[in-house]
Write a protein that binds this ligand. Structure first.
Ligand SMILES: *Cc1c(COP(=O)(O)O)cnc(C)c1O
Length: 462
């Protein structure tokens, strides 16, 4: 790019360093390198301030389902902001876009989910879940039913409740988390933790930890179990087929509410509207966000099952909880238009029948690479494991360094791919074409080659 652009980037980086605290970032490390300033985007591509073009294999942060540059969404926000930019949903007020979005969500969600409580994000949705779950049991006269069981390495957001429900140890370390009344069982992550066991037996065992934990705590104390249909941020961990049916059986047997956190899996990612359909789950609470608005404006929500919603509406009394931006009219108008785009362009069907199977087929080809120990995926979300030894599943040391290297090569090669430790992840926009999938795969392979070459040159030894 020209010199002007370079000067601009440096100025921006300097100002960023001086005034901007970044989430999930080592600020010292960042100060040495400077931020990558992303300045425009179109379709499945983003550009940084120096003009470097990248295929966005992560759809932003799992959210930009309909791709960048959608004029319809900008128009929906513009029109709504002129009509009614803001009003709240407290104190018996509502607004047309929030009402229409609630109706649309009831239409799209599994049959037994017909109510939504609006929030501003996925984290807020999980705060709402925690409050409503405990409020539900308390108002039924079972206040002692307050413990929520979650899983290690789960991701449920970054607020106090979200991070507590989540099972990320490094997050718990900051802020003295988890808060009381939340316990974690092991995750169904066969590749890393399954040893020599059969994956289906392993899935069953991990599900049965839920039953053991319920019995250990006392059935009368357990309020709910929360899980992502497939773990996203934890590394696209796809449970063995045996896992979810057993979890469902246990929740039903002990009358434990089931919370399916669909913040990533909602709105087509797995080839159905919701991951709950893909895995045959019947949740009582379903947090949603991210692809709900394709990230164009912040909005989230919690969908509630008929039995919970009916009880809370008829017997629960006042809900002493809510957000200034619950049911925000402009965000709701954008979300509604976004869902119409997904419907009109048949993106869920496209993921199920065309681009999903195609990405999975092409992604599996990467398994023949010398440092790839496993490939896995469903719909338009995939992961691969970087390893030292393909047969023993021995990892490269030190942990996570190869993943970081590979991610940097991806960036250089014009592909946004995420690293979680030594797991490489992609979750591209639902509008990605077959040609763009080919480009994604060839850039991923090039980056794996570059990573292998760097390792052979001692990159992990320093
Ligand atoms: C991203 C995510 C969240 C948190 O959403 P935010 O909008 O970042 O607060 C919660 N749950 C899951 C499964 C997520 O992937």
């Amino acid at each position: 790019m020209n010199q002007q652009a370079n000067i601009n980037t440096q100025d921006l980086q300097t100002l960023d360093r001086e005034h901007h605290m970044h989430p999930f970032t080592d600020q010292g490390d960042l100060n040495n390198k400077g931020t990558r300033v992303i300045s425009k985007a179109d379709g499945v591509y983003i550009w940084d301030s120096e003009g470097h073009k990248m295929l966005d294999g992560m759809a932003g942060l799992w959210c930009v389902a309909v791709g960048y540059g959608r004029k319809e969404l900008a128009q929906a926000a513009y029109d709504q902001m002129l009509e009614l930019p803001y009003y709240n949903s407290f104190f018996q007020c509502s607004n047309p876009p929030a009402i229409k979005l609630a109706e649309k969500l009831a239409e799209l969600a599994p049959d037994h989910l017909n109510n939504v409580f609006f929030t501003g994000s996925g984290s807020e949705s999980n705060d709402t879940v925690l409050r409503l779950v405990r409020h539900y049991w308390k108002s039924k006269g079972e206040a002692q039913k307050s413990v929520i069981i979650s899983r290690k390495n789960a991701y449920h957001g970054s607020t106090v409740a979200g991070a507590s429900l989540g099972g990320m140890k490094y997050m718990h370390e900051q802020g003295d988390l988890p808060i009381p009344g939340i316990v974690h069982i092991d995750q169904p992550y066969w590749f890393a933790e399954g040893g020599d066991s059969d994956p289906e037996e392993f899935g069953l065992e991990r599900a049965q930890q839920l039953e053991a934990k319920i019995l250990e705590l006392g059935v009368n104390r357990v309020a709910a179990f929360i899980a992502e249909p497939l773990q996203g941020a934890g590394g696209v961990i796809i449970p063995p087929a045996s896992y979810w049916p057993e979890i469902s059986r246990i929740c039903e047997k002990y009358d434990i509410l089931l919370i399916a956190d669909e913040v990533i899996t909602g709105f087509g990612r797995t080839g159905n509207w919701f991951g709950s359909e893909t895995y045959g789950i019947k949740p009582d609470f379903m947090p949603i966000a991210k692809a709900l608005s394709s990230g164009y404006l912040p909005i989230g929500g919690v969908m509630l099952s008929d039995r919970v919603a009916k009880y809370l509406k008829e017997e629960g009394g006042e809900i002493n909880h809510g957000y200034t931006y619950s049911g925000h009219p402009a965000a709701a108008a954008v979300a509604l238009k976004n869902l119409e785009i997904i419907q009109n362009e048949k993106l869920v069907e496209k993921v199920a029948e065309d681009t999903g199977p195609y990405l999975q087929k092409r992604w599996q080809e990467l398994l023949n690479h010398p440092i790839v120990g496993e490939t896995r995926g469903v719909g338009l979300v995939c992961a691969l494991e970087l390893v030292k030894d393909k047969t023993t599943r021995e990892r490269l040391a030190p942990d996570g360094k190869a993943g970081g290297l590979c991610k940097d090569f991806c960036t250089q090669n014009g592909l946004v791919m995420r690293a979680t430790g030594d797991i490489m992840l992609v979750s591209p926009p639902l509008v990605i074409s077959r040609e763009e999938i080919d480009e994604l795969i060839s850039k991923a392979r090039q980056s794996l080659d570059d990573t292998l070459a760097a390792i052979e040159n001692g990159a992990l030894d320093e």
